[in-house]
Design a protein around this ligand. Sequence first.
Ligand code: SF4
Ligand code: SF4
Length: 346
Amino acid sequence: MKVPVYFSEKFNADTIGRLFERALADTGGRIGKKDRVAVKLHFGEEGNTRFVSPENLRPIIASLAKHNSNHFLTDANALYRGMRHNATDHLKIVQKHGFDKLGLPVVIADGERGEEEREIAIAGKIFPKVRIARHIAEAGALVVVSHFKGHILFGFGGAIKNLGMGCGSRAGKLAMHAAVKPSINDSCTVCGKCSEVCPADAILLTEDKATIDPDLCEGCATCIAVCEFDAVEIPWMALASSAVMERTAEYALGALSGKPCVCVTFINNIAKDCDCMADSELIGSDVGIVASVDPVACEQAAFDLVRAQHGDVDIFKKATRIDGTHILGYAESIGLGRRGYELVRL
Ligand code: SF4
Ligand code: SF4
């Protein structure tokens, strides 16, 4: 049987609530009373206005409240420098973008510096275990609210990227992005902070700058979090985008880890770049909202709907030159979900 993906072209509270309720019903009552439910979001980087707004979240929260779940809003820290680099700044952007007005606890899932994590064993092809932000790993269920948009490395990003890259701890994010270890550039002032916190004693301080021994480095990414001089280099382009997609799909498998889940993906404000960036050009017109218990089906449906609306053209590939559908096939191959779905229009 194909997985139902619920779809509507309307962006109003009543429709969002109905879409969510239909998908929630497909969990067979597995999200309900007293379950600690992590509502995984992206609170939007400084200068970004395309993220899923607090107003669009209200109907989902109201529905969860009706089912007496114990829910909280959450995201994990980003690897890059910005307002989502540590929990203190992250919570400032939460306030600035109005998520604090929703009256729910907001938890930055991997702690102040991205150091709080749980290792989760997975049946992946690349990773035997993944490093998931602690409060997400410890939640009983997930509600994954995503914005479908372009991405320089993924072609497009929605539920799978939100679950995988979005739920990794800082060390997890580093592992998804690169097979090589961080290094230190000439901005280093030899302040020594990274060396103090390095759990592997991998950082040597010389007169000119600190250096990292890649053989000792465990890839925990703490040095990236503590350096105030942007001296620790993240090897962003060390892997092909297809390899980053595969790693991210494996992290999504770990984040989910058998938990009941509902994905809701908003297909509007389709920008060329993701919500980690300030607003970039819009590359497509608004399509609607999809909801499903299956992140792969949800993502496939979102992609198909965008493509159908734009004259059978992959607008993401046109804008980024990346074929984002690679992640769909890989995610299905490791059992994250199914690409086949039945679109149910509400
Ligand atoms: S924290 Fe940054 S500036 Fe200080 S020693 Fe380490 S790399 Fe250099
Ligand atoms: S990534 Fe972690 S283990 Fe590697 S050098 Fe930085 S602090 Fe040390």
